[in-house]
Each structure stands twice: as C-alpha cells, then as structure tokens.
Design a protein around this ligand. Structure first.
Ligand SMILES: Nc1ncnc2c1ncn2[C@@H]1O[C@H](COP(=O)(O)OP(=O)(O)OP(=O)(O)O)[C@@H](O)[C@H]1O
Ligand SMILES: [Mg+2]
Length: 283
C-alpha cells in the first residue's frame, strides 16, 4: 500500500504587509508567524476588516509581503501558482459554460483528454450533490449550487492547498449549513490542506482541526486552538459538551481582541464586542 502523500504546509515567518504611500501608510499585517498544517482543515477567524483577505492574498501570491517570508512545503512563495486555489465569496464560474464545462475547464486546459476530464467532473459534481445539473448554466443554479460547483471546480485540480475566503458568506442559514457538511465530507475523503476564512465562530469550530485566531488590524495570529472534536462530524457535534467548551475558549480569545480593536475606535469591533458580550452572558 502506498503511503498517503500529504503536502501543503504553509509557514509564515514574521510577515508584515503595509499598503499606501508614506503619507497614508496603513499597516494591515504585523509580525505574523504561524503554520498552516498539511492535510488539516485550518480556519482563520478574526474581527471584520482585520486583514483576513490580505493574509489569503499573501499566501496565494497575489500580494507580496512587505517583510518576512511565506513558504509552502519549504519553497518561498513568489507569485500565484497552480498549487494554491482560491475560492472567494463571489462566484467565479464562467457564465457561458455549463456546470460540467466549468469543472472540467482546468484539466482540459492542461491537456487532459476531454472525455476523461468530463468523467471526472461528472463524478465530482455528483459528490457535491449536483447530479442532474451538469448541463445547466450558472444562472440556472441557486447560490448554494454555484458554490458547490465551485468546490468541484477547485478540487478537480488537486491543489496542494485550498484557500477559501469566506466562501459561504451571504448564503441563507440552511444553505450555509448544507455547504459546511458538503465541505466536511469532501475534506474528510480527500484530506486536502484547507485554509478557510470565516468570521462566524460556529462555522469555524464545526469545520476546523485547528482554529487560528487573528487579532484586530494590524493583524497576526494570537491563539491557535486545536479542535479535537471527532471526525467524521455532523451537526450533532454542536450539542456536545466539548463543543461548548471550545466555543467558550475561542469566544474569550476573540472577545479580548475585539475589546482591543474597540479601544482603537473601530465600529466593527464595537459590534463584535456587543455580540460576544451578549452571547457570553447568555451562556
Ligand atoms: N490593495 C489594498 N490597498 C490598500 N489597502 C488595502 C488593500 N487591501 C486591503 N487593504 C486594507 O487592509 C485592511 C484589511 O482588509 P482585508 O480585506 O484584508 O480585511 P478582512 O479581514 O478580509 O475584512 P472583511 O472582514 O471585511 O472581509 C482594510 O483596512 C483595507 O482597507
Ligand atoms: Mg475579507
């Protein structure tokens, strides 16, 4: 039996990112050092506007760090690469292609036999619950279906790491829960390295092997919490004692960060402090 090859380990060492000219300089990331472990579902959670998308852009190679270094499996990131696929909140499906054409696009461009690519795309669409929708165009799919089609399109390329920047934001609660379960099922089968960004704590804990808690801007990783809930997971886990403990621990860390941001005058942080304040006092 061949050993499972696990790759996609990201290491950030003292990474900083500053935007703007000298007179309007804004430090968004400051001295961020952390490891995204291979074969694990790593979740970034942090206050709104703290720099989550900036961190994703740095790892994706769309932006260059102002200081520090990012490596993937020991190799320095120097630009975008096929080994890293980013799934954003907005749909990026080609509107003029059907679902199956969208999914098979990557491998076909790289020279895979179209018949094989179509077979693989069809199998992946089935896995994400889109059987029967292979020949529909994105405009004929619901928001959740589009997101699932995108998951299939990313997975077919066998990326070393999937970077997911709030891919389920804006979906209604039920669709979001369904998407989380689809993602977990796909992850638990494939064990791709995933770096998933969210600002929703329940989503974060439900999905994660490791929770990387970010500070307010200028951001860095302040706490890493191992989420030791058993896999495969389903929604029953949300009623377990361990889930409640982990949530409380994460809430306290996030709350501290939000209070700091609030003291610097951030309106978003104020909302967060208020929300967490309410939730903490209820539980
Ligand atoms: N290309 C850019 N040029 C200048 N400033 C930028 C750029 N990209 C991001 N910023 C600034 O960096 C800060 C963090 O933005 P970012 O989008 O990374 O935060 P976020 O945590 O993803 O926010 P949200 O919760 O809204 O998704 C913001 O103040 C933003 O204005
Ligand atoms: Mg963002």
């Amino acid at each position: 039996m061949s050993a499972t090859r696990r790759e996609g380990r990201v290491e950030c060492r003292h990474v900083a990112k500053t935007f703007g000219e000298e007179w309007a300089r804004q430090i968004v990331v400051q001295d961020a050092s952390f490891v995204v472990e291979e074969g694990a579902l790593n979740v970034f959670i942090g206050p709104s506007g703290c720099g989550k998308s900036t961190l994703i852009s740095l790892i994706a190679g769309y932006e260059e760090p102002t200081a520090g270094e990012i490596t993937i499996d020991g190799v320095r990131v120097q630009g975008p690469g096929r080994d890293r696929l980013v799934v954003f909140q907005e749909t990026a499906l080609f509107p003029w292609m059907t679902s199956v054409e969208n999914v098979m696009f990557g491998p076909t461009v790289r020279g895979t036999n179209p018949r094989e690519a179509r077979q693989e795309a069809t199998a992946l669409l089935e896995k994400v619950g889109l059987r029967g929708f292979e020949d529909k165009y994105p405009s004929q799919l619901s928001g959740g279906m589009q997101r699932r089609c995108e998951l299939a399109r990313a997975l077919i390329n066998q990326p070393r790491i999937m970077l997911m920047d709030e891919p389920f934001r804006g979906l209604d609660a039920m669709t979001r829960e369904l998407m989380q379960e689809y993602l977990l099922r796909l992850f638990e089968e494939s064990r791709h390295t995933i770096l998933f960004v969210t600002s929703e704590l329940e989503e974060a804990i439900f999905l994660a092997d490791r929770l990387l808690i970010l500070s307010a801007k200028p951001t860095s990783v302040k706490h890493v919490l191992a989420i030791d809930l058993p896999r495969p997971r389903d929604f029953h886990v949300l009623t377990s004692q361990r889930y409640a403990e982990l949530k409380q621990e994460a809430l306290e860390a996030l709350y501290q960060e939000a209070v700091k941001a609030f003291s610097k005058g951030s309106k978003a942080a104020y909302d967060l402090v208020e929300a967490f304040g309410k939730r903490s006092s209820v539980s």
